[in-house]
Write a protein that binds this ligand. Structure first.
Ligand code: GLU
Length: 285
């Protein structure tokens, strides 16, 4: 029985991370297993070395423990490439040469956040002929690899995943469209890395915020395509600020460090999160 907390070392942990870490830790305790810590650090443009240590320090301060040395996804690029090759062999990914600007101009979907992935990709490069692809590979500076979602959906047929709060959920392979599985700048993307690592680390229970529920459709689709064991999910509510907006790294005043510096104790933080934790983990605790 294994859970994991998988932060990105791109900023200091805040109250929302404390909830996610506590959810993974409490779940591990309740199911008689242990929690792993995984640094999701593939976005090297935003990662800073100091945040790795700061994350461990903040978790220790909260009394949250994990087993073993934390994995760093940057050490795992070969495994992601292997999975990408596997998907390429069965013709389920295609190179995409579009820039973020081009995609924004092509789509009428409202932009959520700053990720190109948040835009439903209209599939422009999916339709390119082999000759056009070859030509683009020579003249365009770099390209991403995208999942051919329709084809993947047809391949897996009817399938579902289990979530301890949402119940059995039918996988909608087209929910996020042709997501990027390998970014042109780093050669991999979150969706692929997270699926491979959860499988290789034998994670049995994935607990994380409900903002990632739509991503779970993609993750379970990939698990089917790559023949991986599927974990059980629990998507919990998010911690919100006073205006009801979910916390982000820009809310520095609510970082655990700032709270600690202001004299807030770890017990007070855990006490504040307790009702939310009990309500969200009711199926486990
Ligand atoms: N690394 C992601 C984050 O910082 C979490 C991914 C996950 O739990 O699947 O939000």
């Amino acid at each position: 029985m294994i859970t994991r907390f998988a932060p990105s070392p791109t900023g200091h942990l805040h109250l929302g991370h404390a909830l996610a870490a506590a959810a993974a830790h409490e779940t591990a305790r309740a199911i008689g297993g242990h929690m792993l810590l995984r640094m999701e650090d593939i976005d090297t443009s935003r990662v800073r070395e100091e945040y790795y240590g700061a994350i461990e320090e903040d978790l220790h301060w909260l009394g949250i423990t994990w087993q073993g040395t934390p994995w760093r996804q940057l050490d795992r690029m070969a495994a992601y490439q292997e999975a990408l090759n596997q998907l390429q062999e069965i013709d389920l990914i295609y190179p995409c040469f579009c820039t973020r600007k081009e995609i924004q101009a092509m789509t009428s979907a409202p932009q959520q956040g700053d990720e190109t992935e948040a835009l439903l990709y209209p599939g422009t490069c999916r339709e390119l002929s082999a000759a056009e692809r070859e030509k683009n590979m020579l003249i365009r500076p770099g390209f991403a690899w995208r999942l051919h979602a329709h084809k993947a959906a047809a391949m897996i047929g009817d399938a579902s995943f289990d979530d301890l709060r949402y119940g059995s959920t039918r996988i909608d392979a087209n929910l996020l469209g042709d997501v990027v599985l390998a970014r042109k700048d780093i050669g991999v993307a979150y969706h692929l890395a997270v699926v491979i690592d959860d499988a290789v680390q034998n994670v049995t229970h994935v607990t994380r915020g409900e903002d990632l529920l739509s991503s779970t459709h993609v993750h379970c689709l990939l698990q089917h395509l790559l023949g991986l064991v599927r974990p059980l999910y629990l998507h919990h509510e998010l911690v919100c600020d006073h205006q009801g907006k979910r916390l982000a790294k820009r809310h520095d005043a609510l970082s655990l460090r700032s709270m600690r510096a202001a004299g807030v104790s770890a017990d007070e933080i855990m006490g504040r999160l307790r009702p939310l934790l009990l309500r969200n983990l009711a199926a486990i605790l």
